[in-house]
Design a protein around this ligand. Structure first.
Ligand SMILES: [Cu+2]
Length: 245
């Protein structure tokens, strides 16, 4: 067994840099973590957004529905736009980057989604569905993730980028429209989710084990919980946020 291992090690060495060994998860025993994000107390009132500075966003101004900030999206006491990921428990395991691109759209002079989860090495595709010019400008803080600044013409071609390092709540802004803000979360593993409008999230395909699950909100910060999931188990987890002071 040992001889066998050393032989394959030598082969990899002679072929140059060893390719990363990716962990595969047995679907027969994969577990699911799902749950809800609650918000206790009164959420801050949404702020009105004035888009009148760009006539090209006028169509969005005139479309139905309130034009308000999305820092706190609370529906029936449930909090949306919370990034949930497996923070600890997968050390030493490498997972192949997801192939399908994560998509950030610009629609109605807003980012969709407001909070995006993606994997390190996964393609990020940025769309401009608007008749307006946008300028996409992420500001990463982690070494190895590069800041860039790309102008995108009305209904322009998609921009494809990637981030190589894990990073939480990387701000993205539009240099044309100061109300446009999004957050990109880059995960080392494929085990992440963002809570939906009803505050629900689901992480599937997790190997059984002991984990720290973290839930991060752009303003309300991070909370963690320790969980143990057995083979094929579906674990319910609830996080409760309140307004930060
Ligand atoms: Cu814009």
């Amino acid at each position: 067994m040992a001889a066998c291992n050393s032989k394959s090690g030598e082969q990899a060495k002679s072929a140059g840099a060893a390719p990363p060994e990716y962990t595969t998860v047995d679907p027969a025993t994969a577990a699911t973590v799902h749950g809800t994000i609650k918000f206790n107390g009164k959420s801050p009132a949404p702020r009105e957004i004035d888009m009148s500075s760009d006539p090209a966003c006028q169509f969005a101004e005139n479309s139905p529905g309130p034009k308000v900030s999305v820092q706190y999206v609370v529906n029936n006491g449930m909090l949306a736009n919370v990034y949930v990921y497996i923070k600890e428990g997968l050390e030493g395991k490498n997972f192949a980057p997801l192939q399908a691109p994560a998509v950030l759209d610009q629609k109605g002079c807003r980012y969709h989604p407001h909070v995006l989860g993606m994997m390190a090495g996964q393609p990020l595709r940025i769309l401009n569905s608007d008749p307006a010019t946008h300028n996409v400008h992420p500001s990463p803080k982690v070494d190895g993730n590069h800041e860039w600044n790309v102008s995108q013409m009305p209904k322009g071609d998609p921009v494809e980028k990637t981030f190589t390092q894990p990073e939480i709540m990387m701000p993205v802004q539009c240099n044309q429209h100061n109300w446009m803000k999004a957050y990109i979360n880059v995960s080392r593993t494929p085990f992440f989710a963002v809570s939906d409008e009803a505050g629900n999230f689901e992480i599937k395909g997790l190997p059984p084990g002991e984990y720290t699950v973290a839930a991060v909100h752009e303003n309300a910060g991070e909370q963690t919980q320790r969980i143990t999931v057995g083979p094929s188990e579906t674990k319910q987890v609830e996080f409760v946020f309140g307004q930060s002071h």
